[in-house]
Design a protein around this ligand. Structure first.
Ligand code: COA
Length: 330
Protein backbone atom coordinates (compact mmCIF):
# COMPACT_ATOMS: atom_id res chain seq x y z
CA UNK A 1 0.00 0.00 0.00
CA UNK A 2 1.44 3.37 -0.89
CA UNK A 3 -1.38 5.91 -0.92
CA UNK A 4 -4.52 5.89 1.20
CA UNK A 5 -7.93 6.97 -0.12
CA UNK A 6 -9.21 8.14 3.26
CA UNK A 7 -6.36 8.95 5.61
CA UNK A 8 -5.95 7.13 8.92
CA UNK A 9 -4.26 8.30 12.11
CA UNK A 10 -3.47 7.02 15.59
CA UNK A 11 -5.82 8.49 18.20
CA UNK A 12 -4.83 6.48 21.27
CA UNK A 13 -2.12 4.17 22.60
CA UNK A 14 -1.76 1.73 25.48
CA UNK A 15 0.57 -0.95 26.79
CA UNK A 16 0.95 -3.58 29.48
CA UNK A 17 4.05 -5.28 30.83
CA UNK A 18 3.82 -8.11 33.36
CA UNK A 19 5.27 -7.39 36.80
CA UNK A 20 7.83 -10.16 37.07
CA UNK A 21 11.35 -9.13 36.01
CA UNK A 22 13.93 -11.67 34.84
CA UNK A 23 17.46 -10.23 34.77
CA UNK A 24 20.46 -11.30 32.72
CA UNK A 25 22.14 -12.07 36.05
CA UNK A 26 19.43 -14.60 36.83
CA UNK A 27 19.85 -16.23 33.40
CA UNK A 28 23.58 -16.62 34.17
CA UNK A 29 22.52 -18.99 36.95
CA UNK A 30 20.44 -21.27 34.69
CA UNK A 31 22.25 -21.35 31.29
CA UNK A 32 25.75 -20.79 29.89
CA UNK A 33 25.48 -17.07 29.20
CA UNK A 34 26.60 -13.80 30.76
CA UNK A 35 25.24 -10.32 31.32
CA UNK A 36 28.08 -8.59 29.44
CA UNK A 37 27.61 -10.66 26.26
CA UNK A 38 23.84 -10.15 26.29
CA UNK A 39 24.11 -6.40 26.86
CA UNK A 40 26.97 -5.85 24.37
CA UNK A 41 25.38 -7.91 21.60
CA UNK A 42 21.68 -7.31 22.14
CA UNK A 43 21.33 -4.26 24.44
CA UNK A 44 19.17 -6.30 26.84
CA UNK A 45 19.43 -6.09 30.64
CA UNK A 46 16.16 -7.64 31.73
CA UNK A 47 12.79 -8.81 30.44
CA UNK A 48 9.25 -9.25 31.83
CA UNK A 49 7.60 -12.64 32.30
CA UNK A 50 3.84 -13.20 32.38
CA UNK A 51 2.43 -14.69 35.59
CA UNK A 52 1.16 -18.29 35.33
CA UNK A 53 -2.43 -17.05 35.22
CA UNK A 54 -1.72 -14.42 32.55
CA UNK A 55 -2.29 -15.43 28.93
CA UNK A 56 -1.57 -13.35 25.82
CA UNK A 57 -5.19 -12.13 25.81
CA UNK A 58 -4.80 -10.77 29.35
CA UNK A 59 -1.80 -8.67 28.34
CA UNK A 60 -3.53 -7.61 25.13
CA UNK A 61 -6.82 -6.71 26.85
CA UNK A 62 -5.16 -4.33 29.32
CA UNK A 63 -3.14 -2.68 26.55
CA UNK A 64 -6.24 -2.46 24.33
CA UNK A 65 -8.39 -0.94 27.09
CA UNK A 66 -5.72 1.65 27.83
CA UNK A 67 -5.56 2.61 24.17
CA UNK A 68 -9.37 2.88 23.95
CA UNK A 69 -9.44 5.16 27.02
CA UNK A 70 -6.51 7.20 25.74
CA UNK A 71 -8.47 7.71 22.50
CA UNK A 72 -11.46 9.00 24.47
CA UNK A 73 -13.63 6.06 23.32
CA UNK A 74 -15.52 3.27 25.05
CA UNK A 75 -15.21 -0.43 24.11
CA UNK A 76 -18.60 -0.29 22.35
CA UNK A 77 -17.21 2.34 19.93
CA UNK A 78 -14.72 -0.15 18.50
CA UNK A 79 -15.53 -1.55 15.03
CA UNK A 80 -12.62 -3.97 14.60
CA UNK A 81 -10.02 -5.63 16.86
CA UNK A 82 -6.91 -7.10 15.27
CA UNK A 83 -4.57 -9.02 17.56
CA UNK A 84 -1.11 -9.60 16.12
CA UNK A 85 0.44 -12.53 17.97
CA UNK A 86 2.48 -15.70 17.51
CA UNK A 87 1.62 -16.95 20.98
CA UNK A 88 -2.19 -17.14 20.94
CA UNK A 89 -4.03 -18.28 24.09
CA UNK A 90 -5.27 -21.33 22.18
CA UNK A 91 -5.15 -22.60 18.59
CA UNK A 92 -8.92 -22.06 18.49
CA UNK A 93 -10.62 -19.56 18.89
CA UNK A 94 -8.71 -16.43 17.97
CA UNK A 95 -7.10 -14.42 20.77
CA UNK A 96 -8.93 -11.38 19.35
CA UNK A 97 -12.31 -12.96 20.22
CA UNK A 98 -11.05 -13.63 23.76
CA UNK A 99 -9.87 -9.99 23.99
CA UNK A 100 -13.31 -8.89 22.82
CA UNK A 101 -14.96 -10.79 25.68
CA UNK A 102 -12.46 -9.49 28.25
CA UNK A 103 -12.85 -5.85 27.13
CA UNK A 104 -16.58 -5.89 26.37
CA UNK A 105 -16.05 -4.53 22.82
CA UNK A 106 -19.05 -6.50 21.59
CA UNK A 107 -19.69 -4.37 18.48
CA UNK A 108 -16.29 -5.26 17.03
CA UNK A 109 -15.33 -7.78 14.37
CA UNK A 110 -12.29 -9.67 15.70
CA UNK A 111 -9.47 -11.66 14.17
CA UNK A 112 -5.82 -12.54 14.74
CA UNK A 113 -2.95 -11.75 12.42
CA UNK A 114 0.20 -13.87 12.21
CA UNK A 115 3.32 -12.06 11.03
CA UNK A 116 5.49 -12.67 14.14
CA UNK A 117 7.65 -9.61 14.93
CA UNK A 118 6.14 -7.64 12.02
CA UNK A 119 2.60 -8.36 13.22
CA UNK A 120 1.77 -4.94 14.62
CA UNK A 121 3.02 -3.17 11.49
CA UNK A 122 0.99 -5.53 9.27
CA UNK A 123 -2.00 -4.98 11.61
CA UNK A 124 -1.81 -1.19 11.28
CA UNK A 125 -1.72 -1.54 7.52
CA UNK A 126 -4.85 -3.75 7.54
CA UNK A 127 -6.58 -1.23 9.82
CA UNK A 128 -5.70 1.56 7.40
CA UNK A 129 -7.32 -0.36 4.52
CA UNK A 130 -10.63 -0.69 6.39
CA UNK A 131 -10.52 2.96 7.40
CA UNK A 132 -9.50 4.11 3.91
CA UNK A 133 -12.41 2.23 2.32
CA UNK A 134 -14.87 3.66 4.83
CA UNK A 135 -15.90 0.22 6.13
CA UNK A 136 -14.79 0.88 9.73
CA UNK A 137 -13.99 4.01 11.72
CA UNK A 138 -12.35 2.87 14.97
CA UNK A 139 -9.89 -0.01 14.80
CA UNK A 140 -7.89 -1.35 17.75
CA UNK A 141 -4.63 -2.99 16.72
CA UNK A 142 -2.97 -4.98 19.49
CA UNK A 143 0.50 -6.52 19.41
CA UNK A 144 0.76 -9.08 22.21
CA UNK A 145 3.12 -11.97 22.85
CA UNK A 146 4.20 -14.29 25.65
CA UNK A 147 7.35 -15.82 24.21
CA UNK A 148 8.28 -17.09 27.68
CA UNK A 149 5.78 -19.88 26.96
CA UNK A 150 7.67 -21.06 23.84
CA UNK A 151 11.20 -20.52 25.21
CA UNK A 152 13.46 -23.44 26.08
CA UNK A 153 14.89 -22.26 29.38
CA UNK A 154 17.61 -24.92 29.15
CA UNK A 155 19.20 -23.23 26.11
CA UNK A 156 21.22 -20.03 26.10
CA UNK A 157 19.10 -18.48 23.35
CA UNK A 158 16.49 -17.94 26.09
CA UNK A 159 18.07 -14.48 26.47
CA UNK A 160 16.30 -12.87 23.50
CA UNK A 161 12.64 -12.46 24.37
CA UNK A 162 10.26 -11.04 26.98
CA UNK A 163 6.48 -10.84 27.39
CA UNK A 164 4.40 -7.72 26.78
CA UNK A 165 1.63 -6.05 24.82
CA UNK A 166 0.91 -2.71 23.24
CA UNK A 167 -2.04 -1.29 21.35
CA UNK A 168 -3.13 1.61 19.20
CA UNK A 169 -6.54 2.89 18.13
CA UNK A 170 -6.62 4.00 14.50
CA UNK A 171 -9.32 6.25 13.12
CA UNK A 172 -9.94 8.47 10.07
CA UNK A 173 -7.92 11.64 9.58
CA UNK A 174 -7.79 14.79 7.48
CA UNK A 175 -6.18 14.55 4.05
CA UNK A 176 -2.74 15.89 4.88
CA UNK A 177 -2.06 13.92 8.09
CA UNK A 178 -1.80 10.42 9.47
CA UNK A 179 -0.22 7.45 7.69
CA UNK A 180 1.57 8.59 4.55
CA UNK A 181 2.86 5.25 3.28
CA UNK A 182 3.37 1.56 4.02
CA UNK A 183 5.67 -1.01 2.44
CA UNK A 184 5.20 -4.63 3.48
CA UNK A 185 7.09 -7.67 2.24
CA UNK A 186 7.04 -11.43 2.84
CA UNK A 187 9.50 -14.11 1.76
CA UNK A 188 8.51 -17.66 2.67
CA UNK A 189 11.90 -18.98 1.64
CA UNK A 190 13.00 -17.89 5.13
CA UNK A 191 10.34 -19.97 6.88
CA UNK A 192 12.77 -22.24 8.72
CA UNK A 193 15.10 -19.57 10.11
CA UNK A 194 12.95 -18.93 13.17
CA UNK A 195 10.30 -21.51 13.89
CA UNK A 196 8.33 -23.52 16.43
CA UNK A 197 8.34 -26.95 14.77
CA UNK A 198 5.53 -28.77 16.63
CA UNK A 199 1.99 -28.17 17.81
CA UNK A 200 0.45 -27.35 14.43
CA UNK A 201 -0.99 -29.52 11.65
CA UNK A 202 2.43 -30.46 10.27
CA UNK A 203 3.66 -31.99 13.51
CA UNK A 204 0.82 -32.30 16.04
CA UNK A 205 1.61 -32.43 19.74
CA UNK A 206 2.64 -35.91 20.93
CA UNK A 207 4.73 -37.31 23.72
CA UNK A 208 7.60 -37.49 21.23
CA UNK A 209 7.38 -33.80 20.25
CA UNK A 210 7.37 -32.88 23.94
CA UNK A 211 10.33 -35.18 24.64
CA UNK A 212 12.23 -33.64 21.69
CA UNK A 213 11.43 -30.12 22.99
CA UNK A 214 9.88 -29.17 19.63
CA UNK A 215 7.31 -26.80 21.12
CA UNK A 216 10.00 -24.21 21.78
CA UNK A 217 11.28 -21.73 19.21
CA UNK A 218 14.42 -22.53 17.24
CA UNK A 219 16.44 -19.72 15.69
CA UNK A 220 19.39 -19.16 13.38
CA UNK A 221 20.65 -15.92 14.98
CA UNK A 222 23.23 -15.15 12.32
CA UNK A 223 20.68 -15.43 9.51
CA UNK A 224 18.36 -13.11 11.43
CA UNK A 225 21.16 -10.58 11.83
CA UNK A 226 22.21 -10.71 8.17
CA UNK A 227 18.66 -10.42 6.84
CA UNK A 228 17.57 -7.73 9.29
CA UNK A 229 20.51 -5.45 8.54
CA UNK A 230 19.83 -5.83 4.82
CA UNK A 231 16.05 -5.50 4.60
CA UNK A 232 15.36 -2.90 7.31
CA UNK A 233 17.46 -0.12 5.69
CA UNK A 234 16.11 -1.00 2.22
CA UNK A 235 12.45 -0.89 3.21
CA UNK A 236 12.85 2.27 5.30
CA UNK A 237 14.46 4.12 2.39
CA UNK A 238 11.67 2.88 0.10
CA UNK A 239 8.90 4.12 2.34
CA UNK A 240 10.60 7.49 2.80
CA UNK A 241 10.87 7.78 -0.96
CA UNK A 242 7.19 6.80 -1.40
CA UNK A 243 6.08 9.53 0.97
CA UNK A 244 8.51 12.18 -0.24
CA UNK A 245 10.04 12.54 3.24
CA UNK A 246 13.78 13.17 3.70
CA UNK A 247 15.56 11.20 6.40
CA UNK A 248 16.54 14.51 8.05
CA UNK A 249 12.84 15.28 8.54
CA UNK A 250 12.23 12.14 10.62
CA UNK A 251 11.75 12.90 14.32
CA UNK A 252 11.93 9.30 15.54
CA UNK A 253 12.32 5.80 14.23
CA UNK A 254 10.14 3.56 16.41
CA UNK A 255 11.37 0.14 15.35
CA UNK A 256 10.93 -3.47 16.33
CA UNK A 257 13.52 -4.40 19.02
CA UNK A 258 15.50 -7.41 17.74
CA UNK A 259 18.85 -6.27 19.14
CA UNK A 260 20.74 -3.00 19.59
CA UNK A 261 23.42 -3.73 16.98
CA UNK A 262 20.85 -4.45 14.25
CA UNK A 263 19.30 -1.03 14.96
CA UNK A 264 22.68 0.74 15.07
CA UNK A 265 23.63 -0.75 11.69
CA UNK A 266 20.23 0.18 10.25
CA UNK A 267 20.50 3.80 11.46
CA UNK A 268 24.04 4.13 10.11
CA UNK A 269 23.06 2.77 6.67
CA UNK A 270 20.06 5.09 6.26
CA UNK A 271 21.94 8.09 7.67
CA UNK A 272 19.74 8.63 10.74
CA UNK A 273 21.48 9.75 13.97
CA UNK A 274 21.06 6.93 16.50
CA UNK A 275 19.65 9.37 19.10
CA UNK A 276 16.50 9.47 16.94
CA UNK A 277 16.05 5.69 17.23
CA UNK A 278 13.78 4.79 20.15
CA UNK A 279 14.68 1.66 22.12
CA UNK A 280 13.44 -0.14 25.20
CA UNK A 281 14.99 -3.58 24.78
CA UNK A 282 17.20 -2.92 27.82
CA UNK A 283 14.04 -3.24 29.96
CA UNK A 284 11.81 -5.59 28.01
CA UNK A 285 14.01 -7.50 25.48
CA UNK A 286 12.22 -8.47 22.27
CA UNK A 287 8.47 -8.63 22.93
CA UNK A 288 7.84 -9.67 19.29
CA UNK A 289 4.55 -8.12 18.08
CA UNK A 290 4.51 -6.01 21.27
CA UNK A 291 7.71 -4.06 20.60
CA UNK A 292 6.46 -1.21 18.39
CA UNK A 293 3.19 -0.44 20.21
CA UNK A 294 4.83 -0.61 23.67
CA UNK A 295 7.52 1.83 22.54
CA UNK A 296 4.97 4.06 20.79
CA UNK A 297 2.89 4.20 23.97
CA UNK A 298 5.95 5.17 26.04
CA UNK A 299 6.89 7.95 23.64
CA UNK A 300 3.29 9.16 23.31
CA UNK A 301 2.60 9.22 27.07
CA UNK A 302 5.90 10.98 27.73
CA UNK A 303 4.55 13.80 25.53
CA UNK A 304 7.47 13.41 23.15
CA UNK A 305 5.39 13.49 19.93
CA UNK A 306 3.86 16.72 18.63
CA UNK A 307 1.30 17.27 15.89
CA UNK A 308 3.06 17.27 12.53
CA UNK A 309 6.04 15.15 13.66
CA UNK A 310 7.22 12.55 11.19
CA UNK A 311 7.55 9.10 12.78
CA UNK A 312 8.93 6.01 11.10
CA UNK A 313 7.98 2.43 12.01
CA UNK A 314 9.95 -0.60 10.82
CA UNK A 315 10.00 -4.30 11.65
CA UNK A 316 11.39 -7.62 10.52
CA UNK A 317 10.20 -11.02 11.65
CA UNK A 318 10.01 -14.70 10.97
CA UNK A 319 8.44 -15.78 7.71
CA UNK A 320 10.27 -13.69 6.56
CA UNK A 321 7.98 -10.74 7.07
CA UNK A 322 9.16 -7.15 7.06
CA UNK A 323 8.08 -3.63 6.34
CA UNK A 324 8.06 0.05 7.23
CA UNK A 325 5.62 2.90 7.52
CA UNK A 326 5.67 6.70 7.82
CA UNK A 327 3.13 8.72 9.78
CA UNK A 328 2.64 12.46 10.13
CA UNK A 329 1.37 12.68 13.70
CA UNK A 330 -2.07 14.25 13.94
C1 COA B 1 22.65 -13.57 18.35
C2 COA B 1 23.83 -12.82 17.79
C3 COA B 1 24.19 -11.64 18.69
C4 COA B 1 24.96 -13.82 17.73
O1 COA B 1 26.04 -13.29 17.04
P1 COA B 1 27.03 -14.31 16.30
O2 COA B 1 28.34 -13.63 16.18
O3 COA B 1 26.32 -14.79 15.07
O4 COA B 1 27.11 -15.45 17.40
P2 COA B 1 27.42 -16.98 17.30
O5 COA B 1 26.15 -17.75 17.48
O6 COA B 1 28.28 -17.33 16.10
O7 COA B 1 28.29 -17.09 18.59
C5 COA B 1 29.51 -16.39 18.73
C6 COA B 1 29.92 -16.44 20.17
O8 COA B 1 29.03 -15.59 20.90
C7 COA B 1 28.85 -16.14 22.19
N1 COA B 1 27.42 -16.40 22.41
C8 COA B 1 26.46 -16.75 21.49
N2 COA B 1 25.25 -16.79 22.08
C9 COA B 1 25.45 -16.47 23.37
C10 COA B 1 24.60 -16.31 24.49
N3 COA B 1 23.25 -16.47 24.42
N4 COA B 1 25.14 -16.00 25.67
C11 COA B 1 26.47 -15.80 25.80
N5 COA B 1 27.32 -15.90 24.76
C12 COA B 1 26.82 -16.23 23.57
C13 COA B 1 29.66 -17.38 22.27
O9 COA B 1 30.91 -17.07 22.81
C14 COA B 1 29.79 -17.79 20.83
O10 COA B 1 30.90 -18.59 20.62
P3 COA B 1 30.75 -20.22 20.73
O11 COA B 1 29.66 -20.61 19.75
O12 COA B 1 32.09 -20.69 20.35
O13 COA B 1 30.39 -20.52 22.13
C15 COA B 1 23.51 -12.23 16.40
O14 COA B 1 23.48 -13.28 15.47
C16 COA B 1 22.19 -11.53 16.43
O15 COA B 1 22.03 -10.45 16.98
N6 COA B 1 21.20 -12.11 15.77
C17 COA B 1 19.84 -11.58 15.77
C18 COA B 1 19.06 -12.33 16.77
C19 COA B 1 17.67 -11.83 16.89
O16 COA B 1 17.36 -10.73 16.58
N7 COA B 1 16.79 -12.64 17.37
C20 COA B 1 15.44 -12.28 17.55
C21 COA B 1 14.56 -12.85 16.50
S1 COA B 1 13.67 -11.60 15.63
Amino acid sequence: MRQLVRQAKIIGTGSYLPEKILTNKYLESIVNTNDKWIYDNLGIKERRIAAPNEATSDLGSVAGMEAIKNAGLTPMDVDLIIVATSTPDRLVPSTACIVQDKTGAYNAVCFDLAAVCSGFLYGMSVACQYIASGVYDNVVVIGADTFSRITDWRRRDCVFFGDGAGAAVLSHADDSEGFLAFRLYSDGRGRNIFTVPAGGSELPASSLTVKNRQHFYQMNGKAVYDTATKVLPEVILEVLNDSGIAVDDVKYLIPHQPGINILKDTARIIGLPFRKVKTNMHMYANTSAGTIPILLDEVNRAGDIDKGDIILFAAVGSGWTYGASVIKWA
